[in-house]
Ligand binder design. Structure first.
Ligand code: SF4
Ligand code: SF4
Length: 338
């Protein structure tokens, strides 16, 4: 169960057709993405550790129905829609290439949740980088060029603060998988693994764009061009909330250029208690569908603050089918006067 293959994009000869990975990589004559990209996405999916009820720090705040359906049904997604998620794997090369003594990179930590409704289940999270001397953990987020402006305008996303706070919580009396372990990741197995206690005093988010990396808790200067329709500078000449100053370069050929100095505030981690409360609130809703056959987790499509997730959802077709069934069942009850 899970991502079973690729769905043809709207520009293909048969839009929406479902295909096995192997066909796309080796046989398709109208390939919509380079073979290497298709192969890398397929490979990442084959080795996806997120199966069954195992929760991840990133899944906790997401749509519960998407979590459930993507673990229990086969589904197909357009390769171009998967690139956004796969793009983050480019950072893997950076982390693999660094040679700093004593740091931990790309380490997954686990905890068994043994109390509360529908327990036991496992929660895990993979920390990109941990420095035991600075007692600091770091995470890397790839984003489009204008993503920086979103950070400067709206600040650090709540989901990212939560994610890093969960990592810290997992590193406090959490567990690491022993080398060579190949069995199922059950709560019992996790509890038998070595325990870790890695102190974390601070955390940093590194936003990676194609041009440079911006970190939380830093002040930096970057250069932006504007076009002649907006001669007063980026954002129509108005300062972004995180912006400190902007100076138009005295002379430049072509489009005007601006040196913008901005700051992203430090990331404030949630306390262990706040994380534990959040896990206790979200966890049961996410895992209930696995133990209660009659329960279909609610979706977010009618939630105006969360329905944006549906635009990036690989199981949307399945979800819509469930919605139609539920609506038909309600209408049937209504017409019977129940
Ligand atoms: S490579 Fe793209 S266009 Fe070709 S079959 Fe797969 S999804 Fe369709
Ligand atoms: S389409 Fe929306 S509501 Fe349905 S599973 Fe996907 S994210 Fe959730």
């Amino acid at each position: 169960m899970g991502l079973a293959g690729f769905k043809c994009p709207s520009t293909a000869s048969e839009p929406g057709r479902h295909n096995e990975f192997n066909f796309c990589i080796n046989e398709c004559t109208e390939r919509c993405q380079p073979r290497a990209v298709l192969s890398a996405i397929a490979e990442a999916n084959i080795h996806n550790v997120h199966t069954g009820t195992m929760l991840s720090a990133t899944a906790l705040p997401g749509c519960a129905r998407k979590f459930f359906l993507s673990r229990t049904r086969d589904y197909f997604e357009c390769p171009k829609d998967l690139w956004d998620a796969g793009r983050g794997s480019l950072i893997h090369g950076v982390l693999e290439g660094q040679r700093i003594q004593g740091v931990t990179v790309e380490q997954r930590f686990y905890k068994a949740i043994t109390r509360g409704p529908f327990a036991p289940y496992v929660l895990s999270g993979q920390c990109d980088y941990y420095d035991p001397v600075l007692r600091e953990l770091e995470d890397f987020k790839s984003m489009e060029g204008d993503g920086l402006y979103i950070i400067l305008r709206y600040g650090i996303k709540d989901d990212h603060i939560l994610q890093l706070s969960v990592y810290r919580w997992l590193m406090n009396n959490g567990h690491v998988k022993p080398a060579g372990f190949t069995g199922p990741v059950t709560p019992e197995a996790v509890l038998s693994w070595p325990t870790v206690n890695l102190p974390v005093d601070s955390a940093k988010l590194n936003y990676v764009t194609m041009r440079r990396v911006f970190s939380t808790g830093t002040t930096f200067t970057f250069t932006e061009k504007t076009d002649f329709k907006s001669p007063n500078g980026p954002n129509g000449g108005k300062k972004y909330p995180g912006e400190i100053s902007r100076v138009r370069q005295p002379y430049s050929k072509g489009k005007p250029k601006w040196d913008i100095t901005a700051a992203i505030p430090p990331l404030q981690l949630l306390s262990y208690e706040e994380v534990a409360d959040y896990v206790a609130m979200r966890g049961p809703n996410l895992v209930r569908g696995f133990v209660d056959d009659a329960f279909m987790p609610p979706g977010v499509m009618h939630d105006k603050d969360e329905s944006w997730q549906c635009d990036w959802c690989g199981v949307e077709e399945i979800c819509q089918g469930i919605e139609q069934q539920q609506t038909a069942a309600q209408q049937s009850l209504f017409s019977e006067g129940v």
